[in-house]
Design a protein around this ligand. Structure first.
Ligand code: TYD
Ligand code: MG
Length: 467
C-alpha cells in the first residue's frame, strides 16, 4: 500500500512545499511552513477505496435560470455591497482588521433579518455568549429572535445547524477559530480553516441558507492564513477603516452574484454602525477651502461617485534627501507625478519634502486621482489656494498628457450636486452632461494645469539664490 505522503504548507499564503524550509518561496515569510496532511485529513489514509464515478447530465448555456433568491437586510449600505442582499445557498466572506467592527455589523444585520421574520443563527467562536449579548444590548438587538451559540467545533456546529427549522442566515465569527475532528492539524492552520469553511459552504449549498463567514486580515491585508478561502466563497467583502476615524467602508472585492468595486459606507457610533448614504458630504465635511495644497477629487467607487479632498504639503527640505510621506494613496504613483512635474512642467521638487494625505483616512485606488494630486502639489508649492468650487480628475501619463477617465458624467453630476460649479478635467472626455451651467476647463497636459494654478512654471520650486 502506498505510504501517505506528507506535504508542507505555508500558513500565510498556502504555498505547498515538498520539504520543510525556514522561509516560504511563495510569500517570503519566515517560520510559516508546517507539516500538513495533503487530503486535509478527509478521505485519506489506508483502507479508502475510490468510488466509481457517476455520469451527470450535460446541459447547454442557453437554458432558463432563475435569479438567485436573496434576503435583504434593509441596511441599505450592506445590501449595496452584497449586490442586493445575501444570496441563499451562497457563502460570503467578510474580512477586516481586528476591532474594525465586523461583529458589530453582522450582529446588526442578524437583528435586522430576524425582525423581518428570518431564522438567523450567530455562531461566535471568539466571544462568550455573555459578551455577544452585551454587544447586542448596546445595538438594540437584544429583543430579537437571533439564535446564539458559542462554539468552534465544525461537527458540533453542523449538528446544531441541522436541528430544528432550517436557518435563513448563518454567521460564523470567525473562520480562524473553526476546527474539525476530521483534520489532523492544529486549530488555526490552513488545513483546519479550509476544512471548516468547506463544511460550512457545503451546508449552505445543501440547505439554501446564506452563510456569512468572518475572517481576520493579516498585516499584509490578506485574510489571515489561507488565501484559499477567498477562492472558495462566492463573495468577499472587506471592512476597512482608520481607527482614528469613525467611518468604515465595506468594499466588495469579489462577487459571483453582483458587481465588484461597490462600497457601503458606515459611521461607528456608540450605538453601533450607522449608514452614511452620502459619503461625499462626510469626506468634505471639515474642509478648509482657503488653504493652499487642497484639491477636491471627483472619484468613483463602483457605480457611486465620491468626492474627497487631497491635501499636499510641499516644503524645502532641511535634510540631505527629501522626504516623501503619503497616506491614502499609492507611493509609486506619487513618485510618478513628481517625476512628470519635473520633467515636463519645469517644476523643481527634488529639494522639497512632499507630504500627501487623503482627507478623513479614505483610500483612493483610482489613477483618475492623478490630476487632483498634481493640483494639490502645485498649489502647495506655489502657495496659492485652489478655487474653492472646483473639482479635479484625470489620469496623467508619463509624457505629461492628461488622459480621459471613465464615468465623466457621473463625476460632474455629483460635483454639481454638492455645489461645485467648476471642474478641471481631461479634454476629449466623452459623455459630458448636457445643459449644465457649470464651467469646465478641459486640459490636454499637465503643463496647462501648472500654468492655470501658478500663472507660470517659471522658478516654481527653484531655490531663492538661483533666481
Ligand atoms: P467589533 O465588531 O467587535 O470588531 P471586530 O469584530 O471586527 O473585531 O467592534 C469593535 C470596536 O467597535 C470596539 O473597539 C468598540 C467599537 N464599538 C463602538 O464604537 N460602538 C458600538 O456600538 C459597538 C458595538 C462597538
Ligand atoms: Mg469580532
Amino acid at each position: 500500500m502506498a505510504k501517505t505522503k506528507t506535504q508542507f504548507v505555508c500558513q500565510n499564503c498556502g504555498t505547498i512545499h515538498t520539504r520543510w524550509a525556514g522561509k516560504c518561496d511563495g510569500c517570503g515569510e519566515w517560520n510559516t511552513i508546517i507539516e500538513d496532511d495533503p487530503m486535509g485529513g478527509i478521505g485519506s489514509g489506508p483502507g479508502k477505496v475510490p468510488k466509481k464515478g457517476r455520469a451527470v447530465t450535460l446541459t447547454t448555456l442557453s437554458g432558463e435560470t432563475e435569479e438567485a433568491p436573496r434576503i435583504y437586510t434593509r441596511i441599505g449600505e450592506l445590501d449595496r455591497a452584497t449586490g442586493g442582499g445575501f444570496v441563499r445557498g451562497s457563502a460570503v466572506l467578510v474580512g477586516g482588521d481586528p476591532g474594525i467592527g465586523k461583529s458589530t455589523l453582522l450582529m446588526q444585520a442578524a437583528a435586522a433579518l430576524s425582525r423581518e421574520g428570518h431564522r438567523v443563527i450567530y455562531v461566535s467562536g471568539e466571544e462568550a455568549v455573555a459578551q455577544v449579548r452585551l454587544r447586542a444590548q448596546r445595538l438594540g438587538a437584544a429583543n430579537t429572535d437571533v439564535l446564539l451559540a458559542a462554539e468552534t467545533n465544525v461537527e458540533d456546529i453542523l449538528a446544531t445547524l441541522a436541528e430544528g427549522k432550517r436557518p435563513d442566515l448563518v454567521i460564523i465569527d470567525s473562520i480562524q477559530t473553526l476546527w474539525s475532528d476530521t483534520a489532523d492539524s492544529a486549530p488555526g492552520t490552513v488545513t483546519q480553516v479550509r476544512t471548516g469553511v468547506q463544511a460550512m459552504i457545503r451546508f449552505a449549498k445543501q440547505t439554501g441558507a446564506a452563510m456569512v463567514l468572518v475572517g481576520h486580515v493579516t498585516k499584509e491585508g490578506q485574510i489571515a492564513g489561507p488565501r484559499v478561502v477567498e477562492h472558495m466563497v462566492d463573495a468577499v467583502l472587506y471592512f476597512e477603516g482608520d481607527r482614528g476615524h469613525h467611518y468604515r467602508i465595506l468594499r466588495t472585492v469579489k462577487n459571483r452574484f453582483g458587481p465588484t468595486d461597490e462600497i457601503g459606507v458606515f459611521e461607528m457610533s456608540d450605538k453601533g454602525l450607522r449608514e452614511v448614504s452620502n459619503p461625499s458630504e462626510l469626506f468634505l465635511g471639515e474642509r478648509n477651502d482657503k488653504a493652499p495644497g487642497a484639491a477636491v477629487f471627483a472619484g468613483m467607487e463602483g457605480t457611486r461617485p465620491v468626492l474627497v479632498e487631497v491635501q499636499a504639503l510641499v516644503a524645502p527640505t532641511s535634510l540631505g534627501t527629501a522626504r516623501r510621506a503619503i497616506v491614502g494613496w499609492d507611493s509609486a504613483r506619487l513618485s510618478m507625478i513628481l517625476a512628470v512635474l519635473e520633467a515636463h512642467c519645469g517644476v523643481r521638487l527634488g529639494q522639497h519634502d512632499v507630504y500627501l494625505n487623503v482627507a478623513g483616512g479614505y483610500r483612493i485606488s483610482e489613477p483618475a486621482a492623478d490630476l487632483a494630486v498634481a493640483a494639490a502639489l502645485v498649489s502647495s508649492l506655489a502657495n496659492t489656494p485652489l478655487p474653492a468650487e472646483c473639482v479635479y480628475f484625470g489620469e496623467v501619463s508619463l509624457s505629461g498628457a492628461v488622459r480621459p477617465v471613465s464615468q465623466t458624467a457621473q463625476r460632474l453630476k455629483e460635483a454639481e450636486k454638492l455645489g461645485f460649479s467648476n471642474a478641471v478635467l481631461p479634454s476629449s472626455s466623452a459623455e459630458m452632461p448636457k445643459g449644465s451651467k457649470s464651467r469646465w476647463n478641459e486640459i490636454d497636459g499637465l503643463p496647462d494645469l501648472v500654468v492655470m494654478i501658478a500663472g507660470s512654471a517659471k522658478n516654481l520650486g527653484k531655490p531663492a539664490e538661483e533666481d
